[in-house]
Design a binder for this molecule. Structure first.
Ligand SMILES: Cc1cc2nc3c(=O)[nH]c(=O)nc-3n(C[C@H](O)[C@H](O)[C@H](O)COP(=O)(O)O)c2cc1C
Length: 193
């Protein structure tokens, strides 16, 4: 029998009421409902220093890189900041240079689901930026993406998701990531068929 799929979610903002963190948790719930084991890594908890090659990697960065390397699939969820991903999210991904010498390197063979929450309607720009990053790290971004527009309408001030239609789409994205990960387990690749 195939091993249970392990999905790591990365993202959220540094705000306690982060909507992108809630969106990430909702997508992970969809992955869990589809039989995956999940872990949410919130950039606020990671609290990583800005990446520099001049310093030894802190333990938090080493643990983060190990967790990412060990998983079968990822879900990323960033707030849209100035038409792109947030700095804290990008900084976390910069630390994944620690996976350069691993076998296989970086995010090889890992499907990645992409989510953003945006105050306006430019969320797809952040999704596309994540797609560029995913490919540069040798990951496979899943075609179904979810840029949640006008987050102030779908989330309450505490960051809870009010919109059940968006919640259902997020859970579907989580399930889609698990489906792609199972293709990698079974066939060593993914055709999204
Ligand atoms: C520094 C900053 C830049 C932002 N830039 C954009 C933007 O370019 N486009 C947009 O639609 N929303 C923008 N927003 C709004 C956020 O995308 C939105 O509030 C998002 O839901 C915040 O995510 P969070 O709840 O996880 O913190 C910006 C917010 C901040 C704080």
């Amino acid at each position: 029998m195939a091993r249970r799929v392990q999905v790591v979610g990365l993202g959220g903002s540094l705000r306690k009421e982060s909507t992108s963190r809630t969106a990430l948790q909702t997508a992970l719930d969809g992955a869990a409902a589809d039989g995956a084991d999940t872990e949410l890594i919130w950039v606020r908890d990671l609290d990583l220093p800005l990446y520099s090659a001049e310093h030894a990697p802190p333990p938090a960065a080493l643990r983060f890189a190990d967790a990412v390397h060990a998983c079968d699939a990822l879900i990323w969820s960033t707030p849209t900041y100035h038409g792109s991903v947030s700095g804290s999210f990008k900084n976390a991904l910069d630390w994944l240079i620690l996976l350069a010498e691993r076998e296989p390197a970086y995010l090889s063979n890992k499907p990645i689901g992409l989510i953003t929450t945006a105050g306006g309607v430019q969320g797809l720009q952040a999704v596309n930026t994540m797609d560029f990053i995913a490919r540069s790290l040798r990951g496979w971004s899943v075609p179904l993406v979810l840029p949640v527009p006008q987050s102030w309408q779908s989330f309450d001030p505490d960051g809870h998701l009010k919109d059940e239609a968006i919640a259902a789409q997020l859970r579907k994205l989580g399930a889609e990531v698990v489906r792609a990960a199972r293709q990698f387990q079974a066939a060593g690749t993914c055709d999204y068929a």
